[in-house]
Design a protein around this ligand. Structure first.
Ligand SMILES: *Cc1c(COP(=O)(O)O)cnc(C)c1O
Length: 334
């Protein structure tokens, strides 16, 4: 890709930095299916501790981490409740149904809607109805425009689940962005969920990698199912090293991405204060048309609906790049 392009399609497009590549090249490795990769173990222990949990498991993708995490709480013929545009419901191609055999029911509205969750909840009434086994939350909310789910809402879900004796899953693909945007400790987020999925390959800039984070038992079971799904990886410390490097160097800098996202929002006529993190969704009459026109001017964006233009800032978008894109978008949307 030409360096002149400003790629705002997703924060997954980042390429490993020179120092990240050096860390990867220097990584100590072993066969991780035998539990012998020291760098993977370091990463798993570190991420578990960050969220105040007992254990963590390295996975190739966030989707696999979500499948493993949700299935630690919900079995065949049981259900998880989530928001209607949640990544687990919309963007994992039915993996939870295909592999776990669970069903989903969804609420509509904000990332957490306590009244709807209470209405949807189905107790176990024997062999007549599908029982609710877990509630899933997403923070930040991808298709909700990178919105931060307030900690108070998450704590309300935790209390609700405890009262009903069900589990809580957190899709924390971008929990790092929520943490930096609000200053909420990662451990506080961790305390609201039994099991989390977190990504290193989004804003943190690692080329690959996510983790399931939870109890020793949940993670041990996830390890079995990861292998069953074909996700047992060998000398994968080279990838874990990228994640460790990202945790050292790419968390606090997410604030720059958030600042750049507000600049883009302003250029698109939105209130910058409405942007919580690194994703901007703009309502336009013809999103694919704007995407094509922006490309002509060296700016890559995506259409996530006929009228929804999405711009995502990340490690490979400098302030100067954001200013360039802002000028292009202001002109196109005028
Ligand atoms: C990206 C993402 C995931 C995981 O995606 P993969 O491409 O499978 O790594 C999960 N949840 C959310 C909210 C995401 O944005």
């Amino acid at each position: 890709m030409s360096a002149a392009l400003v790629d705002l399609r997703s924060d997954t497009v980042t390429r490993p930095t020179g120092s990240m590549r050096a860390a990867m090249a220097a990584a100590e490795v072993g066969d991780d299916v035998y539990g012998e990769d020291p760098t993977v173990r370091l990463l798993e222990d570190r991420v578990a501790a960050l969220f105040g949990k007992q254990a963590a498991l390295f996975t190739p993708t966030g989707s696999m981490a979500n499948v493993l995490a949700v299935r630690s709480l919900v079995g065949v013929g049981e259900e998880v409740l989530c928001e209607a545009s949640a990544h687990i419901a919309r963007a994992e191609l039915g993996a939870h149904a295909a592999f776990t055999g669970l069903t989903m029911r969804t609420w509509i509205g904000r990332p957490v809607e306590p009244a709807q969750i209470a209405t949807l909840f189905a107790p176990d009434m024997g062999p007549f109805f599908v029982p609710t086994r877990a509630v899933s939350m997403e923070n930040t909310h991808n298709f909700g425009g990178g919105a931060v789910t307030p900690l108070e809402d998450m704590r309300a879900v935790r209390r609700f689940a405890d009262e009903r004796g069900i589990g809580v899953h957190l899709d924390g693909a971008r929990i790092w962005n929520a943490h930096v945007a609000t200053g909420t400790p990662l451990e506080a987020y961790g305390a609201t969920a039994d099991v989390l999925a977190v990504c290193l390959s989004k804003g943190l800039g690692a080329p690959v990698g996510s983790l399931v984070v939870g109890s020793t038992d949940a993670v041990a079971e996830a390890r079995v199912w990861r292998k069953r799904l074909g996700g047992g990886m060998r000398q994968v410390g080279v990838l874990a090293a990228a994640g460790l490097h990202a945790l050292d160097h790419h968390v606090e800098r997410l604030a720059e991405d958030h600042e750049n996202a507000r600049l883009l929002a302003d250029a698109c006529g939105l209130d910058p204060a409405s942007v919580d993190t690194n994703i901007v969704v703009v309502d336009v009459p013809d999103a694919p048309g704007v995407v094509a026109a922006a490309r002509e001017h060296g700016v890559l964006a995506s259409a996530v609906g006929p009228r929804a233009l999405r711009l995502v800032t990340h490690l490979d978008v400098s302030r100067e790049d954001a200013e360039t894109a802002a000028r292009v978008l202001t002109k196109l949307l005028a």
